[in-house]
Ligand binder design. Structure first.
Ligand SMILES: [Zn+2]
Ligand SMILES: [Zn+2]
Length: 118
């Protein structure tokens, strides 16, 4: 329950450590093993899915959001969701390549961090 709440409160992909530290605000006794076990249950239920992030490793996000991509802020080291997709698959690869899926990561500074540095 606490873990579901963490994901409802954060509209972005989360790593295990973030889930643990946010979940502990509600359930003091939460530990990493419990988090892993419950993440797995939520994945089996189809409520969460794993994504593999080039810098942050395995992250977890809610399913059912449709096709979208992620933005990585190198200042706060967090991943954000970007709505929609700007890639035209028909033009993305040379003739002869059959594209079945794609993944795009954008990198930079998030709005909150951009404000701090100004
Ligand atoms: Zn940031
Ligand atoms: Zn896309």
């Amino acid at each position: 329950m606490a873990i579901e709440k963490v994901f409802r409160e954060h509209e972005r992909p989360l790593g295990v450590d973030e889930v643990l530290s946010c979940g502990r605000k509600q359930v003091d006794s939460l530990n990493k093993a419990t988090v892993y076990r419950n993440l797995k249950i939520l994945i089996d239920d189809g409520w969460l899915k794993r994504i593999s992030h080039p810098f942050l490793g395995t992250l977890y996000e809610r399913t059912g959001k449709g096709h979208h991509h992620h933005f990585h802020c190198h200042k706060c080291n967090r991943a954000f969701e970007l709505p929609g997709c700007a890639l035209n698959e028909d033009e993305a690869a040379p003739k002869g390549f059959v594209i079945e899926d794609h993944e795009i990561y954008l990198f930079g500074v998030c709005p909150a961090c951009a404000k701090v540095t100004k």
